[in-house]
Design a binder for this molecule. Sequence first.
Ligand code: ZN
Length: 278
Amino acid sequence: MEESITLKPIGIVESLITNRDDMPTNGIQARIRVFPAYIGALERIEEYSHLWILTWFHQAPRDVTTAVPSKVNPLSHKFGVFALRSPSRPNPVALTLVKLERLEENTLYVTGLDAIDGSPVIDIKPYFEHDTVFSPRTPQISPLSQNALQKTLLKQAVTHHGETCPDLLLAVRMALSADKLLGYIKSPNVQVQVYGSSCLADTIQGLCRARLANPARFEFCSSPQKNSIWLNGKKRLSLVGLRELNLEMFWGLSDYEIFEGVMEETDSYLPGNASGSP
Ligand SMILES: [Zn+2]
């Protein structure tokens, strides 16, 4: 049954980005102007911190079934478009999770929106806690540049931890280094132990999606030292933080200036039987 469906936009995106190629991977701050006929549909929307925004990628090609996630990594494998968030797809509906900053009359001010200026908005839905899957299985599509990966990890970390504190910045740099030296940190094979503050532990846990149990991939012990230990097979990487970071240092300092790292080969590591200690 191939019937056509008619959709009526309920609003429009107003943003400084007018060309898809200029859109950052993490989206941007933007406004969603909801048309006057739908103002009643916004009632009590400010009670939610996050919203799903469905927009129509009006410039996207619709005759495509596979694509390379070239914005993240042009050297990546090809995926079917239903296995990607690519704008090119039979029905170019875009789904973006945004943070609602405020509502003024019929205008929603949001951050993280991946839609260019003038994009028709077709629906808005609230984000619920039960939308969250803490440790989903996802393919590894690593950004090609370290800088892009650092930006992505910073965004994930802030979304998870909720504040950009010095230990969050240290955690992101540690995760970036572990990803480079040990491999994909979200992999079920990577185990993590954190000695330090709860902000450091919370951020690292959020970035590597490692749970305390089922399967046990994460351990935390409160300590004045800031040390993360990453285990993958026989490889063990220990990173000890040397200083408190601010944003300038986060972007400017080399790994050697931020932590002392030791990479070792260990006897095979038994999951759930932590052998590392700081
Ligand atoms: Zn914190």
